[in-house]
Design a protein around this ligand. Structure first.
Ligand code: GDP
Ligand code: MG
Length: 294
């Protein structure tokens, strides 16, 4: 009988290189929200890939930045967790942003943990430039494997899983084999509402916004959800609501569509906008919203 493999795989890299797009493609479910803006992902989100004789536990993480305020410090705390508990680290760069931050390089090269470099967004670049990037990283001599992909154009999921498995130890499953994630349905709804906000609003608004689902009731045919969008100031609340409620309506339509696809059910979504002054720098509110480091 073949032995069972199980392990944790942490994805790390700068904002916007496609970590969440890749993570979703690999897991085969849209667990992470995606937008063209930096810092869309704020949490470490676990997604499980379960096979007969393996369990891969993938961690998507926020993009590495120099934290400017407490929320960002917590986000970087989530990134830091993966250095400690991963069996395999996947560092990611993109062809339009080929540098790994030096602190990420330092952190991972000091670890014995196996490391793979994924060069994403190869659809944006010519083969010779991709080859140059591969050669440059090969010369560093710290990666066990280097792979060039385009997460947007589709990945060869089966062979990627085989590649990842070569670095994963024999171990019993860490989670029940029918489990897909460590997160609740409410969490994913909050994220999909946030995705609507990231797509429809500019500048500071997406970053100053937090979402909380306050009620989630599932019937046979429909899920009824009540949620609150928190802004930091009254002026932001006004912008989110918009003229004649246009803003909140657009968020609702986008989020409802995402939720219907995610749950495969009809969704009734009731959204309100409220203010929690300076929540991004308030430890207590950050903890309430789930930004608490281990
Ligand atoms: P993250 O911040 O690293 O999690 O990046 P996301 O997965 O949120 O993606 C950031 C942006 O890059 C989104 O607009 C994606 O559609 C885009 N993107 C992701 N992968 C690719 C790719 O392979 N090629 C191109 N051209 N764009 C991509
Ligand atoms: Mg992301």
């Amino acid at each position: 009988m073949t032995k069972h493999k199980a392990g944790f795989i942490g994805i790390v890299g700068k904002p916007n290189v496609g970590k969440s797009t890749f993570s979703n493609a690999l897991i085969g479910e849209r667990l992470s929200i995606i937008s063209p803006k930096a810092q869309t992902t704020r949490h470490r989100i676990l997604g499980l890939i379960n096979g007969d004789d393996y369990q891969l536990i993938i961690s998507d993480t926020p993009g590495v930045i120099k934290p400017g305020y407490m929320l960002q410090e917590k986000m970087m705390g989530f990134v830091g967790e993966i250095y400690g508990d991963s069996d395999l680290i996947v560092a990611m760069v993109a062809m339009d942003d080929v540098d790994l931050p030096s602190d990420v390089l330092d952190k991972i090269s000091s670890k014995k943990t196996p490391k793979i470099l994924i060069i994403n967004k190869c659809d944006l670049s010519k083969p010779d430039k991709i080859k140059m990037t591969i050669d440059t990283y090969n010369a560093l001599g710290i990666f066990d494997h280097i792979l060039a992909i385009s997460a947007l154009n589709g990945i060869d999921r089966a062979s990627l899983i085989q590649l990842l498995l070569t670095y994963i130890p024999e171990h019993e499953p860490f989670y029940p084999k029918d489990q897909l994630t460590d997160r609740s349905e409410r969490f994913f709804v909050e994220e999909m509402i946030r995705e609507g906000i990231f797509h429809h609003f500019k500048q500071e608004i997406p970053y100053a916004t937090q979402v909380e689902v306050i009620d989630f009731k599932e019937d046979e045919k429909i899920i009824r959800i009540m949620g609150t969008i928190f802004a930091e100031r009254d002026s932001q609340k006004g912008i989110l609501i918009g003229p004649k409620g246009d803003g909140i309506k657009r968020i609702g339509i986008a989020a409802r569509k995402l939720c219907e696809d995610f749950f495969g059910k009809q969704i009734f979504l009731d959204l309100k906008v409220s203010v929690k002054k300076d929540w991004r720098t308030n430890e207590q509110l950050l903890t309430r919203f789930g930004y608490k480091n281990k």
